[in-house]
Design a protein. Structure first.
Length: 255
């Protein structure tokens, strides 16, 4: 019996519907991992928005979308950290693989939680921290400066691929948040495109164990890479399949 509920091959992309922790041990080696996992924040966001969020159509709509369409993103924090480290320690990798892990600084009981402090998967070494400047935020109810940023942590093995032409991108990426209305917390395609361009070569294979609506896969199709994606929610799995198939179709037309 296979650990996935469905497997779909679309050109040079292989997509799985199921739990990534069960599926990952069955996969071949990959050259890069590029992902934005669930942030485990849902319990801290009220179902009914208050303050400035309540007054803002955009903020209220985002909260509604997150609770309606988001994941069951509400684990005890210690379990969440252990789960994340276990997942990214179990991936089958080449000797020069890179991991790009998009997360954010969070607050738990008034104490800051920086992913650098707790995300330390076995076999990976932190190479660099990139700041993603989203150009805006929604924490205007907080008694602190509104957070406009997230983090992209770049991990490597003892060796890693590197394409020198992207050196000028720097460590602060000013990229507006995604306008993808199909997923409440999708990240913009420019982020995986930069990661892929930096640390992979043509025909390499990139993995996203939290595929969501397939943004990393679309970036792979645009740049001529192979892609393996895993998604646990059937709705987003179908959206990802459609987006990746459309991206491949556009590439064939362009070619």
């Amino acid at each position: 019996m296979t650990p996935w509920r469905e497997k779909r091959e679309i050109g040079n992309a292989t997509l799985y519907l199921g739990d990534c922790l069960e599926i990952l041990p069955t996969l071949p080696k990959v050259d890069a991992v590029i992902t934005s996992p669930p942030y485990n924040t849902l319990s801290g966001i009220p179902v009914e928005p208050t303050g400035l969020w309540k007054k803002s159509d955009g903020g209220a709509q985002w909260i509604s979308d997150l609770h309606t369409n988001g994941y069951a993103d509400d684990m005890p924090e210690s379990e969440y950290m252990e789960w994340q480290n276990k997942i990214f320690s179990s991936i089958n990798l080449t000797e020069k693989s890179s991991l790009f892990y998009n997360h954010q600084i969070r607050w738990r009981g008034g104490v800051v939680s920086h992913p650098v402090e707790w995300f330390k998967p076995s076999g990976w070494n932190l190479r660099q921290e990139i700041v993603w400047d989203r150009g805006g935020g929604m924490m205007f109810n907080a008694r602190m400066f509104c957070r406009f940023d997230e983090r992209i942590l770049w991990f490597v093995k003892k060796e890693w691929k590197w394409n020198q032409e992207v050196v000028g991108l720097g460590t602060i990426w000013r990229i507006n948040k995604a306008q993808n209305k199909e997923h409440p917390v999708a990240y913009p395609i420019e982020i995986p495109k930069r990661c892929i361009a930096a640390a992979t070569d043509k025909d390499d294979t990139a993995l996203d164990p939290f595929m969501g609506s397939g943004t990393t896969g679309v970036a792979c199709m645009n740049l001529g890479r192979k892609f393996i994606g895993i998604e646990i929610e059937p709705k987003y799995f179908e959206i990802a399949c459609e987006r990746i198939e459309n991206a491949q179709r556009q590439q064939r037309m362009f070619a």
